[in-house]
Write a protein that binds this ligand. Structure first.
Ligand code: M6R
Length: 614
């Protein structure tokens, strides 16, 4: 989704802004632009549809001088992706420029009012309304830019992160946010702005995460000032980033997605580290330990999330019911927020989000809090909006995930949810000692099991060639691996654009079986578990109708290789943690099929990494 970068300091802004835009590309975008105030105090705005490289080519012959500027990658919401709708947008007098991430819900009302005051609009965007409103307030009230921005934001309904420059005040950038993320990086005589820390980390690890309704006044060679919309100074909490530049680079892999798949033995290790204690006899999650009563007395757990995180939530819900005996339900955040759900103060709501910025999940959290629930976050991005909005939580600590298709975050989420279920079970006394020890041992084996499973890469690459023709895929799984089937299907469709459906294997006969023919490959997740025999019957049903089957089985399985067309063997793994291991061949299969089809796996069409609008 849209990305914002800003710079003010002593260096030339343009190269910093362009590098920052490249860092933000992973978020997904369709156009890019930059606004710079040059040494003669002239505002230069350049923008174009396409990639950041297109913008760079466009700027090749232009004046890109200046030590203050803002830049943007746009993911279209209001108005098609084209040069005019690209950001930055600028005032009628050409002096003020703005970049924006979010959605201004009342933009049409504001636009009509401004049109009545003879204001003209160039673009179809909601963003242009904000800069024209700032200009209108400034000219009619003869006020400072800060007051004009404050005045405009008071009239705006919706979500925004904005950055504003004015060539009449070239020593200042104003940045503000409400429900869309914005980070300010504090360097030595220079200040940076980013939608996340990735454009900032090359220069400084000292950052301030702006809070909702806060406005940062960033002056050249002056301390950062933060106020709220009522002009009251806000507390500035400078934090140190635990992020390294190497984490944002491909490190020799052709794609971030492949790098992230291969990182999983280490990311799962990091995710577990420090959380299994006392000689592997206890799970320790500070987010649970700090609030024991909320978990001991919980009458229900409600999990809210979107996309892959929702799939992790489905597994988490089962684990929680299994280990804690607390009823758990799992909701799409986008449905939950508008469903008028029954939520009480004895509920624990668990919000799962890699980015920690997903608008629907954030809205679900706010609703749950209003209704008195205790809200627990499972996030990856440290300091993200969801991490800050929740009452407590656990980071998955898998490092930055740049590929749009979530891989290592999914396995990290499932691992954390397993530990969370056990930690609550310990507290409530619903898991006995031997169950706990066995579960802990199973979790600890995961990094090694993933390492072993990654050896399937070459075989899956070869196998993938066979399936680039397919227009549809079916994924089947049971129990904990029914969500794995959903996740496998999502991975394939989002990066290869092949339609895929995930189903509980036994549900196939209630409808999807009608789809089966020799054109439809079926991926069956069939490790050795309690339902193994049943899954074998499901495979027989597919084969009896001429379908081809790719089966993910436990090494040593003698039954399924006799009937499936292709077999991918994973090492023996306990049922409750099997989705973590099973997801590896599913990720690799999607990756290689997409690559064979020539798709851009890291930045698939139309998708955004962090979905900060509804
Ligand atoms: O950052 P979040 O985990 O909240 O994101 C939720 C979904 O947008 C995300 O999982 C999406 O489905 C991914 N593209 C899946 O690979």
């Amino acid at each position: 989704m849209c990305g914002i970068v800003g710079y003010i300091g002593r260096q030339e802004a343009y190269p910093i802004l362009i590098k920052g835009l490249h860092r933000l590309e992973y978020r997904g975008y369709d156009s890019a632009g930059v606004a710079l105030v040059n040494p003669d105090n002239v505002l230069n705005v350049y923008k174009t549809r396409g990639k950041v490289e297109d913008l760079e080519r466009f700027c090749d012959t232009k004046d890109v001088s200046g030590t203050v500027g803002i830049a943007h990658t746009r993911w279209a919401t209001h108005g098609e992706p084209n040069d005019i709708n690209a950001h930055p947008h600028f005032s009628t007098n050409g002096k003020i420029a703005i970049v924006h991430n979010g959605t201004i819900e009342n933009y049409n009302v504001l636009k009509q009012a401004l049109i009545e005051h003879d204001c003209e609009f160039r673009s179809e965007t909601d963003t242009e309304v904000v800069v024209k409103l700032i200009e209108y307030i400034q000219s009619t009230n003869d006020c400072s830019l800060v007051d004009a921005v404050r005045g405009a934001l008071k009239q705006v309904v919706g979500a925004y992160a904005i950055a504003v420059v004015d060539c009449e005040d070239p020593d200042m950038i104003i940045a503000a946010r409400k429900s869309s993320p914005l980070v300010v990086g504090i360097g030595d005589h220079e200040t940076f702005i980013g939608s996340d820390a990735s454009p900032i980390i090359d220069y400084t690890n000292q950052v301030v995460y702006l809070g909702d309704d806060e406005i940062a006044i960033i002056r050249r060679d002056a301390p950062l000032q933060v106020i709220n919309n009522d002009n009251i100074p806000a507390k500035i909490d400078v934090q140190t980033l635990e992020l390294s530049v190497s984490q944002l680079e491909k490190g020799g892999y052709p794609h971030f997605m492949l790098k992230e798949i291969f990182e999983q033995p280490n990311t799962i290790y990091d995710c577990i580290r420090g959380r299994i204690v006392n000689n592997d006899t206890e799970i320790k999650l500070s987010g649970v330990i700090d609030h024991p009563d909320r978990f001991i007395n919980a009458s229900r757990v409600v999990i809210v999330a979107c996309g892959t995180s929702w799939h992790a939530g489905l597994i988490g819900g089962r684990l929680i019911e299994n280990y804690t005996r607390i009823p758990a339900r799992v909701e799409y955040a986008s449905e939950f927020r508008y469903a008028n759900p029954v939520i009480t103060s004895s509920d624990v709501v668990i919000a799962i989000s890699q980015s920690g910025e997903t608008a629907d999940t954030l809205a679900a959290i706010k609703l749950a809090k209003e209704r008195g629930a205790f809200v627990y976050g499972v996030c990856n991005v440290v300091g993200s909006s969801i991490a800050r909005e929740t009452d407590s939580g656990t980071y998955i600590h898998v490092g930055p995930e740049i590929g749009v298709a979530s891989t290592k975050a999914f396995t990290g989420q499932v691992t954390v949810l397993t530990m969370l279920a056990l930690a609550i079970g310990q507290l409530r006394g619903t898991v006995n000692k031997s169950q706990l020890l066995e579960a802990i041992a199973n979790i600890k084996k995961l990094p090694e099991l993933i390492r072993e499973t990654l050896k399937l890469n070459d075989r899956i690459e070869k196998l993938s060639r066979t399936f680039t023709y397919a227009h549809n895929f079916l994924y089947l799984g049971r129990g904990y691996n029914y969500p794995s089937a959903l996740e496998g299907a999502l991975k394939l469709k989002e990066i290869s654009y092949i339609h895929a459906e995930g189903y509980p294997a036994a549900e196939m006969k209630h409808g999807p079986i009608a789809l089966i023919d020799k054109e439809l490959p079926t991926v069956v997740i069939a490790p050795n578990d309690d339902l193994h025999e049943k899954v074998i019957s499901n495979i027989q049903q597919v084969k009896a109708r001429g379908g081809s089957v790719i089966a993910i089985v436990t090494k040593g399985d003698t039954e399924i290789p006799k009937i499936a067309d292709y077999v991918l063997e994973i090492p023996p793994v306990a049922e409750s943690v099997s989705p973590v291991v099973v997801s590896v061949p599913l990720q690799l299969l999607a990756y290689h099929i997409a690559i064979m089809k020539g798709c851009d796996v890291d930045m698939p069409r139309n998708l955004a990494k962090s979905v900060t609008v509804e």
